[in-house]
Ligand binder design. Structure first.
Ligand SMILES: [Zn+2]
Length: 204
């Protein structure tokens, strides 16, 4: 199983994703941005953060966005035993199910760190492993709003998956860049959909 960075298609659909939340300041700001354009996003949440902000997890889900599995404690999975990897994945999905009533169906490995054992576990559990096409934007390093915006805009085409972060640190640059990006890309006729919706489009 390969990591999925984009889904080839002709429709003007893209999936914008956020890792490491939920965060009480940045996640609600992102919800406002997507609500304003009627778009949906995908949030790859960390178990420990979800536990701190349970209501926010529900709010994200109730507004029609997707919650993806990003492990429970955000470890380097290649350094763990198979049993520990499985535990990280299942503790996350059990908590998501407890909070919103259904398990996540897409997975992104922390630090994009994975090995054959991780691939095997994800394959058995039926999780597609989700990457992104705008790694060059490096929003997690806070390289400036303009850099994040331009590098992400360059990576947009039909079926792109884009990565940003709403947890673990000051994410105001990411929020500002996404606000600009959603405005620009929306005016080009793109629609913002969840990763699962993008994958369905491919299968269908
Ligand atoms: Zn992460």
């Amino acid at each position: 199983m390969a990591i999925i960075h984009e889904v080839p298609m002709r429709e003007k659909l893209i999936a914008i994703t956020f890792d490491d939340g939920p965060h009480p300041i940045y996640t609600p700001q992102l919800l406002e941005i997507f609500n304003a354009v009627g778009g949906k996003a995908t949030f790859f949440m960390v178990g420990e953060e979800m536990k701190k902000h349970r209501d926010l997890v529900k709010k994200v889900f109730d507004e029609g966005h997707e919650i993806g599995n990003h492990t429970y404690t955000h470890p380097h999975l290649s350094k763990l035993s198979m049993e520990q990897c499985l535990d990280e994945i299942e503790r996350n999905e059990n908590l998501v199910e407890e909070l919103v009533g259904q398990k996540p169906v897409v997975f992104r490995p922390p630090y994009f760190d994975y090995n054959d054992e991780v691939i095997g576990i994800l394959g058995e559990k039926g999780y597609p492993m989700i990457g992104a096409v705008n790694g060059e934007a490096r929003d997690w390093e806070q390289p400036g709003v303009d850099h994040i915006y331009k590098a992400s805009l360059d990576a947009v085409k039909e079926g792109s998956i884009l990565i940003f972060h709403d947890g673990y640190g000051d994410r105001s640059q990411s929020v500002d860049a996404v606000r600009k990006l959603v405005h620009e890309v929306g005016s080009q006729g793109y629609q913002f959909v969840t990763v699962s919706r993008l994958l369905e489009e491919f299968k269908g």
